[in-house]
Design a protein around this ligand. Structure first.
Ligand SMILES: [Zn+2]
Length: 315
């Protein structure tokens, strides 16, 4: 598996895509951002005329920004995560319901307008291809790629794994806390329960132990356990941070206090609001996280922090 590293404008830094000959066919995992530099990189490092399959881990700009370009430039099949295809088809409905959700947690109309503008910007939501297939149902069997749904960061995150490797997108990142995003579950029309989803994902991540991890950003992952413990440690830190706020305060009020009175980008407010909602779910039912961690043998290292955070009384 060859790693292709491409700069992005995002805080997270460069993104890694991966390519390899699998079952005799050239497969690319993720595309990089929608930039000239990313196009040049793929042209130089890949034989685009041989490219047969492009598989996306999750539909965020830094990972899928060139799917539309690859659709024009190559004959490859494009595979998107099932939940992202729902987002594409239900884009308007999703924005509508997400706006209602933000309103319910205390944001006002003027915020919602700027949020909508930001979400309709290509930077946040890259251009959709015209023809696409679904990773979970359409990947040819002879490729032997295992598809593991690992929602948490987004509802659609997939891990794509071979016998001794796994392309993990943003699911396992070293030293980065990728915020769990507030979203609408387009199968139910309700809020996507990402805390519950993440607790299930933890158990799946443990099955990747022993495989070479190919992450979407930063350094290689030597230890799945250390990466999980880093992330869970951050979750508990952020949950502890929120104990200073009363449960009577709305999510929007808390975000306002965390950011002060300065005007930030609406997307940053959305990220913070996402985090606050997630932490409230965690504090509401810490047992779920505990039971997942126990099942994969990782509760002990965080037990002290966990007990301090989760069972201490809130104001
Ligand atoms: Zn990313």
């Amino acid at each position: 598996m060859q790693q292709h590293t491409i700069n992005t404008d995002y805080q997270v830094g460069p993104v890694h895509c991966y390519s390899g000959n699998i079952g005799g066919e050239l497969v690319l995992f993720d595309t990089g951002p929608p930039t000239d530099e990313a196009q040049a990189c793929l042209r130089e490092e890949l034989d685009l005329s041989r490219l047969r399959h492009v598989v996306i881990t999750h539909y965020h700009s830094d990972h899928c920004g060139l799917v539309s370009w690859l659709e024009k430039e190559t004959d490859a099949n494009l595979y998107l995560p099932y939940r992202d295809t729902l987002k594409i088809e239900g884009h308007e409905e999703r924005l509508e319901k997400l706006a209602e959700l933000l309103l319910r947690v205390g944001f006002d109309q003027s915020f919602l307008e700027s949020f909508r503008r930001a979400m309709n910007n290509d930077e946040v939501f890259p251009q959709f291809p015209e023809r696409f297939l679904t990773v979970e149902s359409d990947l040819p069997e002879h490729l032997g790629i295992e598809v593991i749904a690992c929602p948490g960061h987004s509802q659609s995150d997939l891990v794509l794994a071979g016998p001794d490797w796994a392309v993990t997108g943003d699911v396992l990142l070293r030293g980065i806390f990728q915020a769990p995003l507030l979203d609408i579950d387009l199968e139910t029309g309700e809020r996507f329960r990402n805390y519950e989803a993440y607790c299930t994902t933890l158990i799946k991540l443990a099955t990747l132990r022993g495989r070479r991890i190919l992450p979407g950003h930063r350094d290689s992952i030597d230890s799945i356990d250390d990466t999980i413990l880093f992330y869970v440690g951050k979750l508990l830190d952020r949950a502890a941070q929120q104990k200073q706020f009363s449960r009577k305060e709305s999510v929007a009020q808390i975000v306002g206090q965390l950011f002060g009175s300065g005007q930030g980008h609406p997307f940053h407010y959305y990220l913070k609001a996402s985090e606050v909602v997630f932490m409230r779910d965690l504090m509401h039912c810490p047992e779920l996280l505990r039971s997942s961690l126990e099942r994969i043998g990782l509760f002990e290292p965080v037990s002290e922090k966990f007990l301090q955070t989760a069972y201490a009384s809130t104001t």
